[in-house]
Write a protein that binds this ligand. Structure first.
Ligand code: SAM
Length: 291
C-alpha cells in the first residue's frame, strides 16, 4: 500500500494496522484533548484517556522507524479544581510498552490575551512530549539555530578565566558549558521552549495549531523526502508544514469535513510551493544522513 502523501479517513488505530512496520520518520500530532471539544469532534473522559490512547501508542511504536521521533502535543485540563494526571499517567504507561520519554518541549503561546480566574492564571503554554524507540535518534540541530542575540555583545566581550574552560553542571545533569565557544558566532542552538503565537486564522478547525509548530519539529527531526505522520490530522497543518519543507506526509482523521479542509489546504500549498521554495533557505536542505 502506498502511504506517501496520502490522507486517510478513519480511526487512526484501525487505519495504522495496514501500515508496514518501521515506515515513518516522524510522528507529530495533537490528539483530541480530554473531554474539551465534545461539541466539535467528540471528547474522551479524562479518566478514560490513557486507555483510549494506549492502543494507538502501540501502533505508533510499531510503525515508527527505529531512529525516528514521536512528538505529542498535549496538556492536562483542570478537573474539579485540580490539574488532572492523565498526561503523567500516559507517559508512565508509554514507558511500560517500550517508549523512551526523551524530552519535553514547551510551546509558549506568545499572543494570549489577558484573563482573570479566582485560583489560577491564564494558561499560556502547552507540552510537546518527545518519545523515541532508541536512545540514538536522528536530530538535525543546525536546522533550528537562532540568531545569537544581544546578550552576546556584553557577555562575550568580557570573558573571565572561568568562562574559558568548560563549567560542568553543579547538579550533575551533564549540561556543562564553555561560554568562550560562542565568541564570533552568529547563531546558537535554541532552548527547549518554542515561542510561537497561537493559530489566529483558525483554518475552520477549533483546535488548529500554527504551521510554525510542526515546521520547527520537522526541521529538527527529519531530512527532505522523509515521511511525517499526523494520525490526528485535523485541518492538515502538519501535512502543510511537511510539503513546504520538501518532506512527504501521511495523515488520518475520523471527520470527512476535516479531510476536505486538509486536501484544499494542501492543494493551495502545492500551488504556492515554487514561491515558498524561492523565499526559503530551508526548503533545499542538504541531505547529510548516512545511507
Ligand atoms: C486537536 S485536533 C487536531 C488539529 C490539528 N493539529 C490542526 O492543526 O488542525 C484532533 C483531531 O483528531 C481527530 N480525531 C479524533 N479521534 C480520532 C481518531 N481516533 N483517529 C483519527 N483522528 C481522530 C479529530 O477529528 C480532530 O480533527
Amino acid at each position: 500500500m502506498n502511504i506517501d502523501n496520502q490522507i486517510f479517513l478513519g480511526d487512526c488505530e484501525k487505519v495504522l494496522k495496514s501500515f508496514p512496520d518501521n515506515c515513518v520518520d516522524l510522528i507529530f500530532t495533537s490528539p483530541p484533548y480530554a473531554d474539551q471539544r465534545k461539541a466539535t469532534y467528540g471528547g474522551i473522559k479524562p479518566d478514560q484517556y490513557v486507555n483510549w490512547f494506549m492502543p494507538k501508542a502501540n501502533e505508533f511504536l510499531r510503525i515508527l522507524k527505529p531512529q525516528g521521533t514521536f512528538i505529542l502535543n498535549i496538556k492536562e485540563r483542570v478537573v474539579n479544581g485540580e490539574r488532572h494526571t492523565y498526561v503523567i499517567e500516559l507517559i508512565l504507561k508509554m514507558r511500560e510498552i517500550g517508549w523512551l520519554w526523551t524530552e519535553e518541549f514547551i510551546w509558549h503561546k506568545k499572543n494570549s490575551y489577558p484573563g482573570k480566574w479566582p485560583n489560577r492564571f491564564r494558561d499560556n503554554w502547552e507540552r510537546l512530549l518527545q518519545f523515541n524507540k532508541n536512545k540514538k535518534f536522528r536530530m538535525y540541530q543546525e536546522a533550528v539555530m537562532v540568531p545569537v542575540g544581544d546578550w552576546a555583545k556584553d557577555r562575550l566581550s568580557n570573558l573571565s578565566n572561568k568562562d574559558k574552560i568548560r563549567d560542568e553542571s553543579k547538579v550533575g545533569s551533564g549540561f556543562g558549558k564553555n561560554i568562550s565557544n560562542w565568541v564570533g558566532r552568529d547563531k546558537v542552538y535554541p532552548t527547549n521552549v518554542v515561542h510561537l503565537a497561537t493559530e489566529c486564522s483558525n483554518q475552520n478547525h477549533s483546535a488548529a495549531f500554527p504551521t510554525e509548530l510542526p515546521t520547527w519539529f520537522i526541521k529538527l527531526f527529519t531530512q527532505p523526502n522523509d515521511l511525517v505522520l499526523d494520525p490526528f490530522l485535523g485541518s492538515g497543518t502538519t501535512a502543510v508544514a511537511a510539503i513546504q519543507l520538501g518532506r512527504k506526509y501521511v495523515g488520518i482523521d475520523t471527520e470527512q469535513n476535516y479531510i476536505e479542509i486538509s486536501k484544499a489546504r494542501l492543494l493551495d500549498t502545492q500551488i504556492q510551493l515554487p514561491m515558498i521554495a524561492e523565499n526559503s533557505e530551508n526548503y533545499q536542505v542538504e541531505d547529510k544522513r548516512d545511507s
